[in-house]
Design a protein around this ligand. Structure first.
Ligand code: GLA
Length: 781
């Protein structure tokens, strides 16, 4: 519900309230964002108003008419430079006279029902609940510029979204150098600003920054939302935990250069901003033209990080992801990349697919290497015709044969890129982002096509349409494997070069929108060297994203925990891969690799043809188990428990009756006290059957301790040791309890862990990189 009470605006959702007012000067003062509070009339909000009795020290007074108003000391809904506020601004403009001062004053407002989409970018929507909208119009009378602030209150989701639109009503060009999407001003400081940063193969590590004074910035200039700094961030208190305390979660529906910052001003007030990165951003807005900023998504909870995540997950699932696959079970796929890299051909792929079918795979994906002369990453990007030497019957024949095996078929593409060694580049050197006659800094031996140029986007629509319709293609992995350098579009005049990165993203969105509308049945998976573009813009078109090229379970448990703060598991894809792992060379049990990958959209990416019978048998069981629990694992409610040396996850079905849990230990602690698993989100009164599946334990990892149980002496690593390892297994521990959800959530005491002693079915062998999955089922009506 959105209400205007005199000069006070109140945006209520089911459990939260967002409130601001129009000050006498016409500026907008932010009053409150947090759990729902009752505001019945304008006078109820007076207690929240800033009360300035005099101007202070070296600060500026706004105007003679308002001699006590110091904008530097007010919580504002939007801010600009030049009239006293010297903190980070919401908007920056260079006017035709060269000045950069702006002063936006309230003019009018409209409250409406429903959600209006943005014109140029993807935005959130609601099919299943109520949304109230509010547009405020502000005006800078000195320069003739209109600024609209757009708010949406998602009643049932406890989410507020914001965006802005600037219109040049003057008769001169202006240069817009910053237009943020949301601003949140707080009365005090000492917030913990949590960001998720990393790099290739190391995405989404959580970093907490306590901002008492000064500024902390999370931003990227990669041209993508990037693995360096994901646009999803949190603000919380030092005392906030996973399940208690205040936590704001904020994300941006944008896939390019973004910027989030917390700036603490001279009075200790904190300001949070999110939007397009102003670095090198310079957009020429001609008379009569408008510019809109992406939509920012905000939620707040007093139930800690998990409370916030639950709201964010539901919002992403319901109001961002769209189309045919929004709620459909995602297939278990087998991807060819780590099995054979570029060295693929029809018979190899078919052999792999056949093995996949035998273990229960549903979708076979041919990754990179199938087109042009693509024998390595130095050539052929842009030449989207099949390599007949590798696939003599083309994609069509391969797809048909894969289908005949009873599998769906999927394909890899990287439409946005071109190698200099390609027919496309030779024909259209003017279509790439590089600076004419200047040396170019290359990434993965490739260049970025200039999607700011509509002709390039049209070309890609036509090329991709040909591929997607040439055979029965059920799935597309859409890759993007370098970051930007040498920003320059030969399509744009020199005075518009500051627009390249944003116009690229607009071109990308047109490309994705057209193709996903044209091929609604295809399941698209985003990818950018793994998670270099994991954001809500991509998720508005592609329902799932390859979270990282790093398939090592011990990295993944940390990275997927990072993703889980802002993104639901149905958007995060995760594969079981070879051992030792190709990125880290780490040796982990196949059970651990599965346990981690199962908390997401599961796939396999390894050479099943070379795997031993024992691993294949394990994989077959894994896939069968995953299929049984897939609805809970992909669409259930996700809860984080402990993170660190021990990770603890739980996923609970919507009705609370089925749950899957996982614990993973990075390094084993000698004689460790850890014996409990704490599920979350169960129905406290309901009775559950809690159980695991016994996992037989191999002998070999015990080394010469084998002699503690062997009737004859076995020399370590001898032939006999290897034979015993193959045929003799130790019992694994079994956990089996029937009790209430309340009891389980108070901590399930697990069977004691091996600590130098104990060799029976009552011992949990829990060495480095071990994990367990637990299942909970309630029969209570
Ligand atoms: C990127 C992707 C990988 C794989 C390769 C192919 O690195 O992230 O999954 O598709 O490209 O070149």
């Amino acid at each position: 519900m959105i209400r205007q009470l005199d000069n006070v605006f109140v945006l209520d959702t089911k459990n939260t309230t967002y409130c601001f007012r129009v000050m006498d000067s016409g500026h907008l003062e932010h009053l409150y964002y947090g759990k729902r509070i009752a505001i019945y009339s304008a006078s109820d909000a007076i207690a929240l108003f800033e009360k300035q009795a005099f101007s202070s020290g070296s600060s500026n007074v706004y105007s003679e008419q308002y001699p006590t108003l110091t904008l530097e000391n007010v919580r504002l809904e939007m801010s600009s430079y030049g009239k006293g506020d010297i903190r980070e601004p919401f908007v920056e403009i260079t006017h035709s006279d060269g000045s950069t001062t702006c002063d936006f004053i309230y003019r009018s407002s409209v409250i409406f029902e429903g959600k209006t989409p943005l014109d140029t970018m993807p935005s959130s929507y609601e099919d299943n609940g109520t949304v109230h909208g509010l547009t405020l119009t502000l005006y800078d009378a000195e320069y003739g510029i209109t600024l609209e602030l757009v708010y949406s209150a998602f009643e049932d989701r406890d989410v507020i979204t914001r965006s802005a639109r600037l219109t040049n009503n003057s008769d001169r060009n202006i240069r817009l150098t910053r237009l943020m999407s949301a601003q949140l001003d707080f009365e005090d400081n000492g917030y913990v600003f949590t960001t998720f940063n990393g790099n290739w193969a190391r995405e989404m590590y959580r970093h907490d920054h306590l901002v008492n004074m000064g500024k902390h910035v999370n931003s990227t200039y990669a041209g993508t939302s990037s693995s360096r700094a994901n646009p999803f961030v949190m603000l919380s208190r030092p005392s906030t935990t996973e399940d208690t305390g205040l936590c704001y979660g904020i994300n941006l529906i944008y896939s390019g250069n973004h910027y989030e910052c917390v700036d603490v001003g001279a009075w200790g007030k904190s300001r949070f901003l999110t939007g397009i990165n102003p670095a090198s951003f310079d957009f020429l807005v001609a008379p009569g033209e408008s510019f809109e900023s992406p939509e920012a998504v905000m939620t707040v909870s007093e139930d800690g990080y998990n409370g916030m995540s639950r709201r964010m997950h539901a919002f992403v699932r319901e109001c961002i992801v769209r189309g045919e696959w929004k709620k459909k079970s995602r297939p278990v796929l087998l991807n060819s990349w780590e099995a054979s890299y570029f060295d693929i051909n029809e018979s190899k792929l078919l052999r792999l697919a056949k093995e996949g079918k035998d273990v229960g795979i549903e979708l076979f994906v041919m990754d990179d290497g199938w087109f042009g002369n693509r024998k390595d990453d130095k050539r052929s990007l842009g030449d989207w015709y099949v390599n007949e030497k590798k696939l003599p019957g083309g994609i069509e024949r391969l797809a048909k044969k894969i289908n005949e095996l009873g599998l769906d078929f999927g394909i890899w593409v990287e439409p946005e890129m071109v190698n200099v060694d390609s027919d496309l580049y030779r024909a259209h050197p003017e279509w790439v982002i590089d600076i004419p006659d200047k040396p170019h800094s290359e990434g993965r031996n490739q260049r970025i096509l200039d999607l700011a140029n509509p002709a390039v986007v049209d070309h890609l629509i036509s090329e991709m349409s040909k591929i997607f319709s040439c055979a029965n293609i059920a799935y597309v992995k859409w890759d993007m494997n370098r970051i930007f350098s040498d920003y320059y579009s030969k399509y744009l005049p020199s005075e518009r070069q500051g627009e390249v990165s944003h116009r690229y993203i607009l071109g990308l969105y047109r490309l994705m929108r057209t193709l996903t509308e044209r091929f609604p049945k295809i399941l698209f998976e985003g990818c950018a060297s793994g998670g270099n573009r994991f954001d809500l813009g991509i998720l508005s078109y592609f329902p799932q994203i390859w979270a990282s090229d790093d398939t090592d379970a011990i990295y993944r448990v940390k990275g997927q925990t990072g993703y889980s703060y802002g993104y639901p598991m149905s958007t995060v894809t995760a594969h079981v891969s070879a051992c030792p792992n190709h990125q880290t060379l780490r040796v982990t049990p196949i059970a651990t690799r599965f346990d981690v990958a199962a908390f997401g959209v599961l796939g396999y990416e390894c050479n099943l043809c070379d795997m031993n019978a024992e691993d294949l048998k394990a994989i077959k069981l894994q896939i069968a188990l995953y299929k049984e629990w897939r609805d809970v694992l992909q669409y259930g409610t996700f809860y984080r428990g402990r993170s660190g040396n021990l990770y603890e996850w739980t996923c609970v079905s919507e009705d609370g009756k089925r749950a899957v849990g996982m614990i993973l230990q990075v390094l084993s602690e000698p004689n460790s006290a850890f014996t409990q698993y704490f599920p979350k989100g169960l129905l406290p009164e309901a009775r559950y059957h809690f159980y695991n599946f016994e996992r037989k334990v191999r002998i070999k990892p015990f080394g010469d301790l084998v002699n503690m149980i062997s009737p004859i002496h076995i020399k370590q690593d001898s032939l006999i040791h290897n034979i015993v390892d193959k045929f003799v297994k130790m019992p694994g521990e079994v956990e089996d309890y029937v009790t209430s959800g309340g009891v389980l959530m108070s901590g399930v005491k697990l069977k004691g862990a091996f600590a130098g002693t104990g060799y029976d079915e009552n011992t949990r062998f829990f060495s480095d990189f071990s994990s367990r999955m637990y299942f909970m089922e309630s029969e209570t009506e």
